[in-house]
Design a binder for this molecule. Sequence first.
Ligand code: ACO
Length: 335
Amino acid sequence: MPYGIRPVGIRGTGISLPKRVLTNRDLEKIVDTSDEWITSRTGIKSRRIADDDVTTSMLASEAAERALRDAGIGADKIGLTIVATITPDMMFPATACLVQDRIGAKNSAAYDLEAGCTGFIYALATGAQFVSSGIYDHVLVIGAETVSRIMDWEDRNTCVLFGDAAGAAVLGPVGEDYGVLGIDLGSDGGGGNLLDLPAGGSLHPADEGTVANKMHYLRMQGNEVFKFAVRTMSESPLRALDIAGLDKKDIDYIVPHQANERIIQAALRRLQLSGDKAYINLDRYGNTSAASVPIALHEAKEEGKVKDGDIVVLVAFGAGLTWGSVVLRWGRGET
Ligand code: ACO
């Protein structure tokens, strides 16, 4: 049924986590920091770091293959692959094309999408349109990062916060009243300087000067990002719920971007949600940028915290600045 409107939801999830664990104690040996500072200011205890020969597309492909298995479909059934990332394998070709080839998704279009840590939410919202319209039956959305590659390992303000990983979801048709019910996406490019990696593009092409000035590393004004994060993480879900004709009281479970436990707790207080309604795994993985929401969603599902029929809110904020929420009724329903 081309160009019709049909319910679309998540039919499978998968994740890929590098084996190497970097603990706060390990970081004490690299920069002037402490386990106590990192734990009390962020909630992070450890993070995963990809080996030197592992790229974003490899993590993305592993997560994608697992999501396809979970969905019970072959890669040839995918019509579109979207990879959300701030750490592509290279400037071009798109990491999504590398994934498409690696997993054998021979019928799939492929492109990357960059919305910082909101990338997976943007990708999910975008991919859902193609299924809803009937253009594709199945879309693969992936959040994948090797943030360790753009870290200044001498900057304690940033290097303690991030980790490498990938998470994927297979979108497909679901039963009436299941799947995506509401979406809120937003941006404020005026705040782009609060969180950026300035060199390597047309503004500052790579040269000796950009390398000497450490312009190929992530830079962040943490305090300003913190305030923006608390505001958007509590306000964006309300707009998405409103579109769905729901209220914050209807939320069964929330899967927030995993940047800082204090941001999550502040957002929960504003949404009047108790802590047991939110999934938190940043203690184990740190901030994995675009990978954080699909990984948390996958683990919440595997642990039975997200159940069939539940109203689930996914919410994130990130570089851009960007933010986004998706409200779903979890499950496949009758198709
Ligand atoms: N170890 C020890 N001390 C540290 C460390 C560290 N790792 N990092 C910073 N400090 C020091 C600072 O130098 C500062 O010292 P000073 O007062 O002598 O100058 C002091 O700790 C306090 O620094 P603040 O920045 O005020 O600390 P804050 O409580 O705000 O926490 C943090 C900093 C964790 C970065 C917080 O602001 C935060 O989480 N912000 C949001 C960041 C975020 O979510 N980023 C992800 C964006 S998503 C994306 O798209 C990539």
